[in-house]
Design a protein around this ligand. Structure first.
Ligand code: UD1
Ligand code: CA
Length: 483
């Protein structure tokens, strides 16, 4: 759609949210409101999308500047003024064709509806098409006054929209109209520019209302029509925290419905939160209290257990993840069991296992079949193929070979108070329980280290290393001391 541009209004403060953060930066399932709208416009095939930023622009710009073009509204003088700022910006000056106007605070709008609006204008030849919805409780929205509207009878009979009246400016009769302005429009660019010049601020809020463009165009004898939405839900505006929660709930269920249609089992879908970029293969089972945000990918036949959170994460086939697990920027291979684990920027290759109660910090890499067991913390370390760190250990800055067994309570002492040092452990080595490996230190292949050792010197291949005082036995000592 080369002859259609979209303007996303995102300069408002969102006072009713009572937040330091601008409204459009608030998130639904990990994605800011404004990005839902920009993506919907791009999904409709519109190449030129311009977001208008203003209030706390430095917080909004980073969200959109790589996604679309931007224009600045230096002060908040109303929706008509915001549109004017976009039309006068380098992105749109001289643009002719259709201009779709979208509210940055209406994240549920779909690409199909946006396309429908643009099509409705080109098919009807109208100067303006406004998307409307009929609501049982229209309070707060602008009301659509159609031609033939009889104030006494309160009925709207004509198809033509004469004007839009805001809640704060409405007479009781007008307030009784249940057809509302969704805040989505498609205008002919030239007609819109002309109309904007005539819009004033003579209203309850002293603002330039975009909604007044309808009456201005009608007074010029131009065609202004309504396109009635068959799904008012997608026009929900987020003006309060309650509406933010409502929009989140609707999105959550839309995403979960699509995932279930794709072959994912959810025991309690209302207790599962997935972001828009999550990909889950068939026969995955998700138990309650699971959150998946970001670029999450999950392979076939995987089970996600309760109280689990995944962010920018990849999970292979046939895994069991959770319960009580948080994975951020983590890759999990096929056939892994990840139980009560917190992981950041970690990698688990196929058949690796972690937990219950493991903490995998950045750079933790469990090779195929490796294990990080109970109360184990691993940072910036490779745990070689089939190697096991089963209980109560800290492993940091370590290169561990294959088939290693680390006894319970063993620790790499990687920090001398000033610098971090590396530990190397060779293939097939057995570290006895409660061993302190004081880095920098290298322990060779096929080594055995006696339990309770403090290893400060390198150990060659195939050696036994014991670094502890010898046990002494004093026969009958207890009996004599009790006398
Ligand atoms: C607006 C409409 C109302 C409609 C409703 C639908 C107007 C005057 N009213 O009301 O008829 O029923 O949307 O959701 O248009 N914005 C700017 N700059 C400004 C003012 C606002 O960029 O100077 C942006 C806001 O960030 C927001 C959008 O425009 O994304 C709408 O503004 P908002 O104040 O939320 O308007 P509503 O009162 O919801
Ligand atoms: Ca709004």
């Amino acid at each position: 759609m080369n002859d259609v541009a979209a303007i996303v209004l995102a300069a408002g403060a969102g006072t009713r949210l009572k937040s330091k953060k601008p409204k459009v930066a608030h998130e639904i399932l990990g994605k800011p409101l404004v990005n839902w709208v920009v993506d919907a416009a791009k999904g409709a095939g519109i190449q030129k999308v311009v977001a208008v930023v203003g209030h706390e622009a430095e917080q909004v710009l980073p969200l959109v500047q790589d996604e679309c073009e931007t224009a600045e509204q230096p002060e908040r003088l109303g929706t008509a003024h915001a549109v004017q700022c976009a039309l006068e910006s380098p992105a749109l000056s001289g643009f002719e064709g259709s201009v779709v106007i979208l509210s940055g605070d209406c994240p549920l709008i779909t690409s199909e509806t946006i396309k429908g609006l643009a099509d409705a204008r080109s098919e009807s030849g109208a100067a303006a098409v406004v998307l409307t919805m009929r609501l049982d409780d229209p309070f707060g929205y602008g009301r659509i006054v159609r031609e033939g509207f009889d104030l006494a009878e309160g009925a709207a009979t004509g198809a033509t929209v004469t004007r839009i009246v805001e809640q704060k400016d409405a007479t009781p009769e007008e307030a009784g109209i249940c057809e509302c302005n969704s805040g989505f429009y498609c205008f002919d660019a030239k007609s819109l520019r002309e109309a904007l010049r005539e819009i004033g601020t003579d209203n309850a809020q002293g603002e330039y209302y975009l909604t007044d463009a309808m009456a201005v165009l009608r007074s010029k004898g131009q065609k202004t029509v309504a396109l009635e939405s068959d799904d008012p839900e997608e026009c929900l505006g987020v003006n309060s925290r309650k509406q933010l929660a409502e929009a989140c709930r609707i999105k959550q269920m839309q995403i979960n419905d699509a995932l279930m249609d794709g072959g994912v089992t959810m025991i309690a879908p209302e207790l599962v939160w997935c972001g828009p970029d999550v990909k889950i293969a068939r026969d995955v089972t998700i138990h309650p209290n699971v959150t998946l945000i970001g670029d999450v990918q999950i392979g076939e036949d995987t089970t996600l257990l309760p109280a689990t959170m995944l962010k920018n994460t990849r999970v292979g086939e046939g895994c069991t993840v959770g319960p009580n697990t948080r994975l951020y920027d983590t890759e999990v291979g096929n056939g892994c069991v990840v139980d009560e684990t917190v992981a950041h920027e970690a990698v688990l290759e196929d058949a690796a296992t972690s937990g219950p109660r493991a903490y995998l910090r950045p750079g933790a890499h469990l090779c195929e079949g490796a294990k990080a067991g109970t109360h184990v913390e691993i940072k910036k370390s490779v745990i070689g193929k089939g190697s096991k760190v089963p209980h109560l250990s800290y492993i940091g800055d370590t290169q561990m070979g294959e088939g290693v067994n680390i006894g319970a309570g063993s620790i790499t002492c990687n920090y001398d108070g000033k610098n971090k040092h590396r530990t190397v452990i060779g293939d097939g080595t057995f570290i006895g329980s409660d061993t302190m490996m004081v880095a920098p230190v290298e322990i060779g292949d096929n080594v055995v280290v006696g339990a309770g050792s403090v290893i400060t010197k390198n150990v060659p291949d195939n050696a036994l290393a014991v670094a502890r005082s010898r046990e002494k036995i004093y026969d009958e000592w207890v009996i004599e001391h009790k006398k």
